[in-house]
Unconditional design. Sequence first.
Length: 65
Amino acid sequence: MNKLDNAKDKVSGKAKELEGKATGDKVRETQGKAENVMGKAKDKLADAKDAVKDAVDDVKDKLNQ
């Protein structure tokens, strides 16, 4: 997962949400909110993946000492 892609999802989602609000299109607004939430969830998953990788690397370093 790429942080840049996640940011793109959040920005695109926010734009769709605002477009939906401006035009009164509830479906578009909901799509935008969902896309924004998915971008945020992907960020959290990427952060968790990085934390696990760091923990595994720490354990490997300790075992190699």
